[in-house]
Design a protein around this ligand. Structure first.
Ligand code: MTE
Length: 329
């Protein structure tokens, strides 16, 4: 078995997980989901008893209660921790999927601060410890769909970004919100490449940022985030393509105008500001009609049809009523 070293912990590579284990994992997951239906315990904790693939266990535990936000707990089987923590996009650590897990040990996540700037009545700098306890930590099991055509299911831990936004009191001029990731050459070898305009910047319209499904994320699989997944805090927007979910955030700006984003600057025809998952609007290089679920790519590879707004249409469809989504992609 091949292993790669990450902070002294050997994660098995995704290729070590056979399709048979995946198949059996699916059955035990369904059993676990059935057992936990109605129970108060974490779905992820329930599944732990049946887990057949690499589990967390080396990072600090992060306690959370099961989320009651509508749409927050998909019953799709979570991807293995091994897959979610070794198949990553984090260009500050290289453009290859395996590189972030090998190289992100150099990211220093304590101390950490998040600056709130722009159109707010209470601009301030939060320390990580204050943010961790600002609101109750919830577990949410979200589908994540990448524009490259693959998807995962991850049990994240965090709370609605709206909890933070309410506390800094946006002014009437705040129409958009921008997320700025850390950009430190000392810690991030990928910054020597000009593949993107650093720092990594993403943005949302204010109503999208306030939507309860938009998650300020501190952990996954019962623990704090591994560095390669965006420690110590990141954004997750489950109805949008994965690139909208900025990692290792250091600044949030409240703005009157729509901000530029790293991906739309790099290739405006390919990556729009909205980036809502939409099977009927193709990317210039990739159809978005179907997706490969990571972990299901064995001999009998099944592609899944991609769902409108990644399956969150009931919750977020009204945000886009009347918009031409082929124009605002
Ligand atoms: N955030 C930063 N700072 N840098 C990145 O390169 N990649 C994005 C997003 N956030 C990226 C980022 C892309 S393209 C995806 S698909 C998701 O992170 C991947 O998140 P994951 O590795 O936790 O699955």
């Amino acid at each position: 078995m091949h292993h790669l070293r990450d902070r002294g912990y050997a994660h098995p590579l995704a290729s070590d997980i056979t399709s048979r284990e995946v198949y059996e994992g699916r059955r035990t997951w369904l059993k676990a989901a059935a057992l936990s239906a109605g129970a108060g315990a974490s779905l992820w904790a329930q599944q732990q008893a049946y887990a057949q693939t690499a589990a967390p266990g080396k990072l600090a535990a992060l306690a959370a209660t099961r989320s009651s936000v509508p749409g927050a707990m998909t019953l799709d089987k979570p991807s293995s921790y091994a897959d979610a923590s070794t198949y990553n996009n984090y260009y500050e650590f290289g453009t290859d999927k395996a590189e972030p897990a090998k190289r992100a040990f150099s990211l220093k996540t304590r101390p950490w601060t998040l600056a709130i700037e722009g159109e707010v009545k209470k601009p301030r700098v939060f320390g990580l410890e204050d943010l961790l306890t600002l609101s109750a930590q919830e577990e949410r099991i979200y589908r994540l769909r990448c524009v490259e055509g693959w998807s995962m299911v991850v049990p994240w831990i965090g709370y609605s970004l709206s909890e933070l936004i309410k506390r800094v009191e946006p002014t009437g001029k705040a129409k958009f919100i921008q997320f700025i990731s850390l950009a430190d050459k000392q810690q991030m070898p990928g910054l020597s490449s000009s593949v993107l305009d650093w720092p990594y910047a993403e943005g949302l319209r204010m109503d999208e940022a306030m939507h309860p499904l938009t998650l300020l994320t501190f952990g996954m699989y019962g623990e704090v985030l591994p560095n390669q997944n965006g420690a110590p805090l990141r954004i997750i927007v489950p109805w949008k393509y994965g690139f909208k979910s900025g990692k290792s955030i250091v600044k949030i700006r409240f703005l009157p105008e729509q901000p530029a984003t790293s991906w739309s600057k790099a290739a405006p025809r390919e990556y729009g500001f909205y980036a809502n998952v939409n099977p009927s609007v193709a990317h210039p290089r990739w159809s978005q009609a179907s997706e490969r679920r990571i972990g299901e790519d064995g001999l009998f590879q099944r592609k899944r049809p991609t769902q409108m707004f990644n399956g969150y249409e009931a919750q977020v469809g009204s945000l886009y009523a009347g918009m031409d989504l082929s124009r605002y992609y």
